[in-house]
Design a protein around this ligand. Structure first.
Ligand code: SF4
Length: 283
């Protein structure tokens, strides 16, 4: 159904406003989704994660580097920007924090050394958006390159330990939504998505076909439709047992990384919370 059409009952349908992370949270664990997006007040979260602090600082440094005038986009400036963006939360102690900072600075400097500062991106931390039948999807893209006849390219920086494969780029719902959203927002074809892994310097890329991108969007739409229906029922007021049944727990190894582990009886009983620094490379 195209934008502006009405569903069969003639009532305008309210679209679920969602970043891809909202859909992904629901797929990972419906209970975590409810804790994150619906419960008010939301249950208390665990402490901040060290790997999130590191990732946020690297992203901020790279974004700010591209915002500098061309002549100031040097390797040395990238290191200074990392220092300025550094966040202190989530580390075991000052020693671990300092070691992580040195690693992050090295990551940023090495990455920037391989970049041509004249390759002006068309977007840095740019918000893109599009609508499907049931969702108004949006997302903030780390970087969007305009590579001429190749079209727009989505660049997503990764700072985690996980070694990436082409499948990570191909199957990512978020990257597909960004590509479709960039095409709609910037009015230029966008099919290529790239994951830039800062710790190794590896770039994995995927070129979506029209059909592939459409499949991703259909999937996003169908998840959004399911969520929207559940959320509407939940907001109309349900007993706590019914709410728990509507948003069941999905206990897995991921519970150790869940912000709400301490508030989730099933999850914490099965998997204790990880240390805030457990996602860092260093012990
Ligand atoms: S601890 Fe596990 S089961 Fe509980 S909300 Fe988090 S992810 Fe879901």
């Amino acid at each position: 159904m195209a934008d502006g059409q009405l569903p069969l009952d003639g009532m305008p349908r309210r679209l679920l406003q969602a970043a891809p992370s909202r859909l992904a949270t629901y797929l990972d664990c419906p209970r975590r989704y409810r804790f994150s997006y619906l419960d008010s007040p939301s249950p208390p979260k665990g402490p901040p994660w060290g790997h999130n602090s590191l990732g946020a600082a690297v992203h901020t440094a790279l974004a700010n580097w591209w915002k500098l005038p061309l002549q100031e986009r040097t390797v040395a400036r990238s290191g200074a920007l990392l220092d300025a963006a550094w966040l202190l939360d989530g580390y075991r102690d000052a020693r671990q924090r300092d070691a992580a900072k040195a690693r992050a600075r090295e990551m940023v400097e090495r990455y920037v050394a391989d970049v041509d500062p004249r390759d002006e991106p068309i977007g840095v931390e740019r918000t893109v958006a599009l609508k499907t039948d049931h969702a108004a999807l949006f997302g903030r893209v780390d970087r969007i390159d305009d590579r001429g006849s190749e079209g727009l390219v989505i660049v997503d920086y990764k700072t985690g330990r996980h070694v990436l494969s082409v499948d990570d780029a191909r199957t990512s719902l978020a990257l597909a939504v960004y590509a479709a959203g960039a095409e709609r927002t910037l009015r230029k074809r966008c099919r290529r998505v790239e994951l830039h892994h800062l710790p190794t310097g590896a770039v994995v890329a995927w070129e979506h076909t029209d059909e592939g991108l459409t499949r991703h969007l259909r999937r996003a739409d169908s998840i959004a439709a399911e969520i929207a229906e559940l959320d509407e029922r939940y907001k109309s007021g349900v007993e706590s047992a019914e709410a728990d049944a509507m948003y069941p727990t999905n206990v897995s190894a991921l519970c150790g990384w869940c912000d709400f582990n301490r508030s989730c009886v099933a999850g914490s009983a099965a998997v204790p919370p990880r240390h805030p620094w457990a996602g860092l490379d260093e012990p």
